[in-house]
Design a protein around this ligand. Structure first.
Ligand code: 8YV
Length: 322
């Protein structure tokens, strides 16, 4: 009977998710999540949203029959989940299925930032190995580093396990200490940054983390400092980061995420000691397929059993309406 349930997909969504929604539900598509694009029929019928775009309070309010928003991605800062919770609208995300992939990417970023692997490859491809001799020795090394992780959730733990395997000590900052890890906890980001020379941010976006990695934090990392961001660009003061990279305030950075994607500040593009990736943390065929499946599994579980697979914290209290 889910065939009659209208699911709205605003903007682009992974094709596998779209296909599965189409086979189980009544698929409704609009170009973007803009209330002006909603017809009266949509307002009367839409009970679910599947999306990887901004879903704000105004859009939620424009759909009176809305019961669930299934977000494509573990980070759901694009969805106003607090507002959804108040309106008794369930929000789900896609944890677990991308954890190891994102942690792998984080380690790749770290290694590349420190050992200049992409630049060394460009050197070879430009014929300079033959014409100029060996690539210059890298100033950076992973050896002897001490790594701080900002955000000790599922992905933070997966990164920490990898760092341990690399033989480096791990410590962390999180909203609160987590009981099932033995790494040293720092109650503030600045105290963590003072204690380490390598900071990996996996912190979620949103008001509480806005520009948390600021000039002061980067200064605390010091001239040998390395900063890696696999979480959200909004957590970084990008001007301060570009300045620290340009002026030797820190040694290098590896960034997969930016405050205003896909726009990367020119000041960061100008920094040769920054490794810049176009938000590819989870972007393999296998992992994106698993994320797409989880988006649709959440919708099916909600409409068939009244309980989604992976509700977000802000909407855990929301009950099915039947
Ligand atoms: C998303 C991500 O897939 O999961 C997240 O939080 O950032 C990515 O894995 C990306 O936002 C795709 O829209």
């Amino acid at each position: 009977q889910t065939q009659d349930v209208a699911i709205l997909v605003p903007g682009k969504l992974h094709p596998h998710a779209v296909e599965r929604i189409e086979s189980r539900f009544r698929l409704v598509r609009i170009e973007r999540a803009d209330p002006a694009l909603l017809t009266d029929a949509m307002k009367a019928k839409v009970r679910g949203i599947a999306s990887s775009t901004v879903i704000d309070a105004g859009f939620i309010d424009a759909l009176p029959k809305l019961e669930i928003i299934a977000n494509f991605g573990v980070g759901y800062d694009a969805v106003d989940a607090a507002h959804a919770g108040k309106k008794d609208v369930m929000v789900t995300n896609t944890p677990d299925v991308l954890t190891e992939e994102v942690a792998d990417t984080a380690l790749g970023l770290l290694l590349n930032a420190v050992r200049e692997l992409a630049r060394a490859e460009n050197y070879l491809r430009a014929g300079k190995w033959r014409s100029e001799g060996p690539y210059p020795l890298t100033k950076g090394s992973l050896r002897g580093r001490s790594v701080g992780i900002f955000g000790m959730g599922r992905i933070g733990r997966a990164i920490a396990r990898r760092i341990e395997a690399f033989g480096l000590p791990v410590s962390y900052h999180n909203r609160r200490p987590v009981d099932d890890v033995n790494y040293a906890y720092y109650p503030t980001l600045i105290s963590l940054a003072e204690a380490v020379d390598t900071l990996i941010s996996v912190a979620p976006g949103g008001g509480a983390t806005e520009k948390a990695v600021n000039a002061q934090v980067l200064k605390a990392l010091g001239p040998n400092g390395v900063f890696v961001n696999i979480g959200r660009g909004s957590t970084v003061d990008e001007d301060a980061l570009a300045e620290a990279l340009a002026n030797g305030g820190i040694l290098a950075a590896g960034l997969d995420v930016f405050a205003d994607e896909p726009n990367v500040p020119q000041a960061l593009l100008d920094c040769e000691n920054a490794t810049l990736l176009p938000h590819v943390g989870s972007a393999s065929v296998v992992t994106r397929q698993a994320m797409a499946d989880l988006v649709v599994d959440n919708l099916i579980a909600w409409f068939e059993e009244g309980k989604p697979v992976t509700p977000v914290r802000e909407t855990e209290h929301v009950q099915a309406r039947r």
